[in-house]
Design a protein around this ligand. Structure first.
Ligand SMILES: *Cc1c(COP(=O)(O)O)cnc(C)c1O
Length: 398
């Protein structure tokens, strides 16, 4: 079988076909190589592999045949030269920072990034004299103003969690270029099925494969994508010598996940759009956040930048934390978990879970109100999800 040319095919074809390397056994599905090391035909070959004179596998901490299929497939889908699979999404972010930064460097990050990312920047990287400044995601003059001569990375997620704010990746890429910084985009919420940040000027794309790439809540994993040069010289040594590697078993699960990614993202988006429309105008609902709603402040940008609007819907119930908690506790179908990107719809209260580290003042400033509830919409029947939310809302307001 000929190797798949990523330039020639669409993202759904690549999701199913890219990276396949048949072994000679005639297998159709991708093989799972559960092996920690690889054997050499003789001592000379071992020497050549170790000297990096001959390409080939040595040890699964840094090359494994199944992990490589996942890397090639995701790279093709993201339009990247290179992908490095990691043990988790946080492993991907840590590897990127350790690879691209040194003591004295500075990060400008969106305020609205994943909680562990903020903790990594503030509690871990700070020990190595790497400082981070935070700016509001779509305040472009604030990004520019926060850049200092030591700034090396601009870091963001779009849409933001949980308020689904959208940043213009192309515009931020222009700012990064002007100041000699690298633009890092965590593409977890959209996946390459909905958004391809490299086509908009990103330098590095991060994934938590744990979320939509798996899509069925089974495995932890992550990935860093970028140019051969940037990743090969800087990030690969972190993986090779630091060891935050993806397990071959997880890579195999993620490969199966990628095959249905396009379909699943369509289903998440379609169901979430219907839930968002329905929530808007419900008695007891004060605000609904979803980029697909025509009155979302960056609806036009989302439409230009994304193929669809994704599976995350947030809303504010009239009343305080108690009403939000009662609503959450009275749902029957929704799983109460802060995880997202699963077949199963999930419900969470950001102010007391994902955003509990913020002070009350910071919560107020960033829109994490006491009545805010976040949904990650799965693949159940929308009518059932609606009925469940309606019953829970009625009980919460009694
Ligand atoms: C979950 C998540 C991460 C971290 O990924 P893990 O696989 O849990 O380590 C990073 N970024 C975003 C946007 C996430 O949702």
């Amino acid at each position: 079988m000929a190797k798949i040319d990523p330039e020639r095919y669409g993202v759904n074809t690549l999701a199913v076909r890219a990276g396949r390397q048949p072994t000679g056994e005639g297998e159709h599905s991708e093989p799972l190589f559960l092996t920690s090391s690889y054997v050499f035909k003789d001592a000379a070959q071992a020497a050549a592999r170790f000297a990096e004179e001959e390409p080939g596998n040595i040890y699964s901490r840094f090359t494994n045949s199944t992990v490589r299929i996942f890397e090639e497939r995701l790279a093709a889908m993201e339009k990247a030269e290179r992908c490095i699979a990691t043990s988790s999404g946080m492993g991907a972010i840590l590897s990127t920072c350790l690879g691209l930064l040194k003591a004295g460097d500075h990060i400008v990050s969106s305020l609205s990034v994943f909680g562990s990312t903020v903790n990594l920047f503030n509690k871990v990287l700070s020990k190595f004299d790497i400082a981070t400044s935070y700016v509001s995601l779509s305040d472009y003059s604030a990004w520019e103003a926060a850049i200092i001569p030591r700034t090396r990375l601009l870091y963001l997620e779009t849409p933001s969690n949980p308020l689904t704010e959208i940043a213009d990746i192309q515009r931020l890429s222009g700012i990064a270029r002007r100041h000699g910084c690298l633009l890092v985009v965590d593409n977890c919420f959209c996946t390459p099925a909905l958004q391809q940040p490299f086509l908009l000027g990103a330098d590095v794309v991060i994934h938590s494969a744990t979320k939509y790439l798996d899509g069925q809540g089974r495995c932890i994993g992550g990935a860093v994508l970028g140019s051969d040069e940037l990743l090969g010289e800087n990030v690969y040594p972190v993986l090779k010598y630091g060891g935050p590697s993806m397990s071959p078993f997880n890579a195999w699960v993620f490969l199966k996940g990628l095959e249905t990614l396009g379909l699943r993202m369509q289903s998440h988006s379609r169901n979430a759009a219907q839930i968002a429309e329905w929530l808007r105008g419900r008695p007891g609902i004060e605000k609904v956040y979803y980029p697909g709603l025509a009155d979302h402040p960056q609806h036009d940008l989302a439409q230009r930048q994304q193929k669809d609007f994704g599976g995350i819907v947030s809303f504010v119930v009239n009343g305080e934390k108690e009403t939000a908690w009662r609503l959450i506790d009275n749902t029957e179908l929704f799983s109460i978990t802060a995880n997202l990107g699963d077949s199963k719809s999930t419900i969470t209260h950001p102010a007391t879970t994902t955003h509990n580290r913020l002070t009350d003042e910071e919560k107020a400033r960033s829109g994490i109100e006491p009545g805010l509830v976040r949904l990650s919409i799965g693949h159940e029947d929308v009518a059932d999800l609606r009925d469940d939310l309606q019953a829970a809302l009625t009980k919460a307001r009694q």
